[in-house]
Design a protein around this ligand. Structure first.
Ligand SMILES: Cc1ncc(COP(=O)(O)O)c(C=O)c1O
Length: 372
């Protein structure tokens, strides 16, 4: 900025809602003095994408001067084939974040109410704030949304409910009966958005991402992403399954080339490589069990997670707090995510990594809890 730049009383003013928003803070990826830290702060996949998707990425290098396929046809078809869905009800976005943003822009106005769970995915609150909507929080018990409390908060101003299922930052999930119960209790004018960013990781039989509800009702949307189990965070691509009328609305406001060519080409291969995804799913489930057992045994409270991350509660006393645990892990070259949850407590959220990365977390936290 030039030092002479003039400020006038009449300088451009943003909408007042925007001034209430704090910019998003990304998970840390560097530790000073550590050349190659292990980043476990953003729920990414340490495995990276399917080799078939990487080949697709490389093969696109010579055609980057062309616009990508704005209709997203091949990817929508590939997603529909793998998940047994209607390709005309799939829309792809620049990460599922963009799709949530588009949905909120289209369906939330200033003064409308949106219900989120107490410990919700932060971007939902941010997009709701941009619209000037009022955020209403449903209570949780053991980090799980209380269905009756959520439904009791519906008023004639409620326009939307969004739940990440499984949820971030808690790693917990509501079963399909609970999801159906929520839907059944909502007026048909309320849009129920189910964010399934971690849906692929869940191995329990009572889970369903909710796409069958989209086929049956006109007020349900499911969002999904290629950023997590598919290992493509940097490519920025996600998708949503929506009723036809909602697809029509979102297509009106989506920018024509919101999904880039390399991301589309990779995602087509990634979604088809179900064998690769199954192996990561198996690895993650195995580690969730072991991390729960080993970290509980050394006195850390581990929130049972069905995702590729786990939330650790520490006792808040000096010497054994989450803040000090984060510093200790960092001194061992491991980067967790230090978070403040809704009740004000500091907790750590740590991504499930490769075998050696998970062993390193267990070793470091064992030293922290037992030796220091
Ligand atoms: C619950 C949840 N939803 C959506 C997203 C957004 O993912 P992306 O925009 O990378 O698809 C994330 C990312 O961390 C998430 O945790």
């Amino acid at each position: 900025m030039s030092p002479e730049q003039k400020k006038t009383a009449n300088s451009p003013k943003p909408r007042t809602e925007i001034l209430q928003i704090s910019p998003y803070v990304q998970g840390k990826s560097q530790i000073s003095g550590q050349a190659n830290p292990i980043k476990l702060s953003s729920n990414e996949s340490s495995f990276g994408p399917s080799p078939l998707a990487i080949d697709a990425y490389k093969s696109l290098a010579s055609s980057l001067h062309r616009y990508p396929d704005g209709s997203q046809l091949q990817l929508r078809q590939a997603i529909a084939d793998v998940h047994n869905l209607d390709p005309d009800k799939v829309i792809c976005g620049n990460g599922s974040d963009e799709l949530l943003d588009l949905i909120y822009r289209a369906y939330l106005s200033a003064g409308d109410e949106i219900i989120l769970s107490t410990n919700h995915f932060v971007m939902c609150a941010l997009y709701a704030q941009i619209q000037g909507a009022k955020i209403v929080l449903a209570k949780e018990a053991n980090y799980l949304t209380i269905v009756d409390d959520l439904l009791s908060q519906v008023t004639d101003k409620t326009r939307m409910v969004t739940l990440a299922n499984p949820n971030n930052p808690t790693g917990t999930y509501l079963n399909i009966e609970q999801i159906r119960q929520i839907h059944a209790g909502l007026p048909s004018s309320v849009l129920f958005v189910i964010d399934g960013a971690y849906a692929e990781y869940v191995i329990t039989n009572d889970f369903d991402s909710g796409t069958s509800l989209v086929d049956s009702f006109d007020n349900v949307i499911v969002t999904r992403t290629f950023s997590k189990i598919y290992g493509m965070s940097s490519l920025r691509i996600g998708w949503a399954y929506c009723p036809t009328e909602i697809i029509d609305i979102l297509q009106r406001i989506r920018s024509p080339f919101n999904t880039n060519g390399p991301a589309l080409a990779m995602a087509i291969e990634a979604v088809k490589d179900t064998k690769y995804i199954d192996s990561i799913k198996e690895h993650t489930a195995k580690w969730q069990k072991r991390l729960l057992e080993e970290l509980s045994a050394i006195g850390i409270t581990v929130v049972p997670s069905v995702t590729n991350f786990y939330l650790l509660e520490f006792n808040q006393t000096e010497g054994k707090s989450a803040v000090e645990a984060a510093a200790f892990l960092e001194s061992d070259g491991l980067i967790p995510r230090l978070l403040t949850i809704a009740n004000g407590d500091k907790v750590l959220r740590i991504t499930v990594g490769l075998d050696a990365e998970n062993e390193a977390v267990i070793n470091s936290l064992t030293k922290y809890m037992l030796l220091f």
